[in-house]
Design a protein around this ligand. Structure first.
Ligand code: AMP
Length: 284
């Protein structure tokens, strides 16, 4: 059966109802894969994981204005709708929901969801309202779809923790399923923004994962500050001039990790290669 493309809420509800009560006439389970489009292999891996968990897979494509800051790349965000739909379909996605702005944020929309502690560090420090935008749109998509499962990537680890937290606190009956970061053969984490990188910039970006792996290997031989200096020095050495952050934080709550208890530690990195911002993280 070919993929169904839906653009409005009523259409979404009837499509899901039809799929849930399909030929077997038993209520089938639904997994949602929220994306901003520009579908690549990592999004495809999310769809594959969704299929492992549920009978019906719903992908969403929505470039959420609420999570972009004033000087960020909202208008320039890559768009490739037809290609995206084909790729999702080829992985067995049943429905793709591509809502208009007004379907998500109608005229009188007046809500923001804030997960303040988890949102105040790392990517939330400089990008003040970014995670409010993410939390609000994800809550809307989960509630609009009534999905039983939602699949997210560890590439955006802070986002994953924020979503887990909001689902828990709002008692949304949806299980959050993470997948590992998908990387290319050089270890570079896949990202829609990688297509902005030229060859020279890719060669620089390829070092990020190597440096993180080295840090992970030496983590128990060095103290926390030594590991951070090691990573900073290496990043600078390979030509990364602007570093947003290099931090080691707890895997579950993003609190600082101390030398006395180095369990559940994760290394988080955000850098700019020229004007292109890349993030990555690794369990230590
Ligand atoms: P995006 O379209 O970039 O907003 O991402 C949509 C989903 O894909 C999110 O759950 C991301 O965490 C996930 N994702 C993006 N890149 C990767 C990657 N390289 N590995 C795993 N998940 C990813």
């Amino acid at each position: 059966m070919s993929i169904e493309v839906i653009r409005d809420l009523r259409g979404l509800h009837s499509s899901i109802a039809r799929h849930r009560h399909g030929p077997l006439n038993t209520a089938a389970s639904l997994a949602i894969v929220p994306t901003m489009g520009a579908i690549h292999e990592a999004h495809e891996a999310l769809v594959v994981e969704a299929k492992r968990n549920a009978n019906i897979v719903l992908a969403t494509i929505f470039v959420n204005p609420m999570q972009f800051g004033e000087n960020e790349d909202l208008d320039k965000y890559p768009k490739s709708e037809l290609e995206d739909i084909k790729r999702l379909e080829s992985k067995g996605c049943d429905i793709v929901y591509i809502p208009e702005n007004e379907t998500i944020y109608p005229e009188d929309f007046d809500l923001t969801i804030n997960v303040p502690k988890l949102s105040s560090v790392l990517c939330g420090k400089e990008r003040k309202n970014h995670f409010q935008g993410v939390a609000t749109v994800v809550a809307k998509l989960l509630l609009q779809s009534g999905a039983d499962y939602a699949i997210f990537g560890e590439k955006d680890y802070q986002q994953l923790l924020i979503i887990k937290s909001l689902v828990r606190d709002l008692d949304i009956p949806c299980q959050i399923v993470p997948i590992n970061t998908v990387r290319d053969s050089n270890g570079l984490a896949l990202s829609s923004r990688n297509q902005y990188l030229n060859t020279k910039q890719i060669n620089i970006a390829n070092n990020i994962n190597m440096i993180m792996n080295e840090a992970a290997k030496n983590f128990y031989n060095l103290d926390i500050n030594e590991t951070i200096s090691f990573v900073l020095k290496k990043l600078e050495k390979v030509g990364i001039k602007k570093i947003d952050y290099v931090e080691i934080r707890n895997n579950n709550n993003l609190k600082n990790v101390t030398n006395n208890d180095k369990s559940n530690a994760r290394l988080f990195i955000a850098v700019y290669i020229d004007e292109i911002r890349l993030i990555d993280n690794i369990k230590l």
